[in-house]
Design a protein around this ligand. Structure first.
Ligand code: ATP
Ligand code: MG
Length: 431
């Protein structure tokens, strides 16, 4: 016997009822983004490889070792499955000159691809909601993006997600810090782990972000970027903090928060939880004022963030408030000659008035069909046997309350069902 094919490691099928929870989440996310004035954009999943090398930085984890890159067999083009959305979004904005009439607030949602070691909360195909504000320079938009995350946690009924912020300053400030940091780390070269040694001259800032317990004391005592920030950078950072304080939003300044992508400057932030083990960051973002120019556009400020949907869904599973999976309103049971035709008429008439209807298929006794009807979660069964067909009627049988079934002419079915389904809701509400 041939073996069943399996999905690629680290790439998950999302099945019902989980997929229904994803849909409920997505619906809520759309409303939330709309309420802050963000508009949707959809980019391709595949982009030219140089886009990411240029945008994310050649010596970042993503570009060094996590990208799904391949050569188009037909024309030799170097292509990559997108590992994140910001680079594609900025590429699209520039390609279509979207900033010609002022700032834009944009969002997207979908799969991203990174060749990482799969583990809980870390997959090779994962999903993000990406939120980007382009053309806005002030600390106000940074603060608004942070506040909007807090509102989403609230809307989702999630608690215990805490905010960490930092400022990466401007490139000149980072360069001075970097020189001192390299000097400091060189003095302690023997205490660095392999990653640290490798990154010492390529991406020393990233060493500060190490998760290696043996290096904590070393990075704790390293020169801090915040001490190198000039007046303007500090003012921006204080501006963000002021608005967070005004909103009563608690935060922690984490001087070692540096983010894994090269394009950030000034404000960076992460939302973290201790309920997901090692993969505790559910949302991360910050300002990237240099990226648009770096990708060939006219210099324009920007900031954004991305939510990791799998990690949020894992939290929601444990404590969130997403609705349970939906059941149909009506299940249509039918048996005998001609019954299927009446069943189809009945089901379509019910859908005309907005009911969700599951029509039984595949035959079987009334008893076995009623079992299916019950298992479907429907409120009501429509029963059609030979007698009903002859009289052009159907029987209605409530499935969740002990009420005898009754008959209605097919012409009155829609009205009878909506009365029973929705009229009953009203009656309950009045109590
Ligand atoms: P990490 O430090 O966990 O690798 P990152 O800095 O690489 O995260 P970003 O590029 O900032 O992550 O992506 C934003 C969010 O997307 C993360 O905070 C996380 O919630 C989610 N995310 C990133 N990589 C993965 C992955 N491989 N699987 C699942 N979610 C991910
Ligand atoms: Mg990563």
């Amino acid at each position: 016997m041939s073996q069943t094919l399996q999905a690629i490691r680290g790439m998950n099928d999302i099945l019902p009822p989980e997929a229904e929870r994803w849909e409920a989440f997505e619906e809520l996310v759309r409303d939330w983004l709309f309420s802050y004035g963000y508009r949707p954009i959809r980019m391709p999943l595949v982009e030219p490889t140089p886009l990411f090398a240029r945008a994310i930085g050649a010596v970042t984890d993503i570009v060094e070792k996590e990208m799904y890159s391949f050569t188009d067999a037909l024309n030799g083009e170097a292509l990559t499955l997108r590992p994140e959305g910001t680079a594609s979004c900025v590429r699209a904005v520039l390609q279509h000159n979207l900033l010609y009439d002022g700032p834009k607030r944009l969002w997207y949602m979908g799969p991203m691809f990174r060749h990482e070691r799969p583990q809980k909360g870390r997959y090779r195909q994962f999903h993000q909601v990406g939120v980007e504000a382009l053309g806005l320079a002030g600390p106000d938009i940074d603060a608004e993006q942070i506040l909007m995350c807090a509102r989403l946690w609230d809307d989702l009924g999630l608690h215990g997600i805490t905010l960490e912020i930092n400022s990466l300053g401007q490139p000149e400030e980072r360069a001075r810090h970097r020189a001192d940091l390299i000097g400091y780390l060189e003095k302690h070269f023997d205490a660095l782990d392999d990653d640290g040694k490798r990154r010492l001259h390529t991406n020393p800032l990233r060493i500060l972000d190490t998760k290696n317990p043996a290096m904590q004391a070393l990075v704790e005592a390293a020169p801090k970027l915040i001490d190198y920030l000039g007046e303007d950078s500090l003012k921006h950072f204080e501006g963000v903090q002021q608005l967070l304080k005004d909103a009563g939003l608690p935060y922690r300044i984490n001087p070692r928060l540096v983010r894994g992508l090269d394009y950030y400057n000034l404000t960076v932030f992460e939302w973290v939880t201790d309920r997901l083990g090692a993969q505790g960051t559910v949302c991360a973002g910050g300002r990237y004022d240099g990226l648009i120019e770096q990708l060939g556009g006219k210099r324009a400020p920007a900031c954004g963030f991305a939510l990791g949907i799998e990690r949020l869904m894992a939290l929601l599973e444990a404590e969130g408030e997403l609705p349970a999976s939906p059941a149909p309103d009506v299940y249509v049971v039918h048996q005998g000659e001609g019954a299927v035709r009446l069943a189809f008429r009945a089901a379509e008439a019910l859908r005309d008035v907005g009911c969700a209807v599951l029509t039984h298929m595949g035959g079987g006794s009334f008893k076995s069909q009623m079992k299916r009807a019950d298992a479907s979660g429907a409120q009501l069964a429509v029963l059609i046997g030979e007698d009903e067909v002859q009289k052009n009627e159907v029987s209605l049988k409530p499935l969740r309350v002990a009420i005898e079934q009754w008959r209605v002419p097919i012409a009155n079915l829609a009205e009878a069902v909506s009365d029973w389904l929705y009229g009953r809701d009203e009656a309950v509400n009045e109590d």
